[in-house]
Ligand binder design. Sequence first.
Ligand code: HEC
Length: 312
Amino acid sequence: MTCRTHQNRWRAALSAVLCGAVAALIMVASPAKLHAQAPAGAAGAGRGAVAPAEALFTSAQAVAGRAAYQQNCASCHGASVDDGNTAPPLRGAAFLGKYARKPAADLFTYVSTKMPQGNPGSLGAAEYARIIAYVLQQNGFATGRREFASDAAALASVTLPAPPGGRGGGGGLSAGVKLPPAPKKANPLDKITPVTDALLQNPPTGEWLTWRRGFDYQGFSPLKQITKSNVNNLRVAWTWTLSPGANEATPLVHDGVMFLHSPGDKLEAIDAATGDLLWQYARILPPGVNAGNKRMISIYGNKVYMGTPTST
Ligand code: HEC
């Protein structure tokens, strides 16, 4: 292992991470920010999970409701509940914006007294309940043991929750809305500059151009943002898996690009800020030739250099 000289404890920790695999660390300036992020992660983890006790209808109701919907509602609201030509979508943000977080009685009363348009109230109460179960299922609600009641008084005390995945409240798009194209992602390779002798002699503070960073072999970064007092705020920003095998090379960093040697004689260029792969090269070794361990790669001019065997 080449990572062994440590100036102090935090640098030892950083070195250990860089040696084991490749990981980028970010500074999180204020602990408040971390707090703000935590609930979002927690909600993401529970996405799609609706406890059976909270479910609003049974799967038998939804299955029967599907047939009844196709027969009585699809002609206007569409076969997929949101693709009708003459009636509003019964799925998505606009629909849920009206009915989610409200008493289930609102939806039941509306449908059972106004629909199907032209022949309102023509279906039995249980049939309306089944159709609503199917429509709710199409909006992402889970089935459970409780039946969707077929009378408005019982449904007055049942609240339609915000559906899993956050649809219904603020999230989701209204039908027919088209998003503009996403902005083009900046690629640091587009702006990468050649590595000159002068740069190698005197690397800019944010760069790591040679094995131990400079020809004095100190392996020391002059960057000052990470200090003893804030090192405990470091968090993993991204991780990258190297191909299996022994790895001893130190990553190089130039113009925001991290160059990595990966076992089996592979070279990878990663966006150092995001962990996105920008470029890669994999040597196809002659049959029976083992790439062996590599201590280092180099960068000079507009090329990255990697030693690789031609025969055993
Ligand atoms: C003949 C066409 C037609 C049929 C059949 C029909 N609907 Fe509708 N439905 C409409 C129209 C038109 C509206 C919009 C009414 C309005 O805005 O006043 C509507 C509105 C709705 C709404 C309110 C949507 C919203 O965004 O507020 C629901 C819920 C609904 N229908 C459910 C059903 C169900 C369930 C059935 C089958 C039992 C059904 N409809 C059958 C035409 C139809």
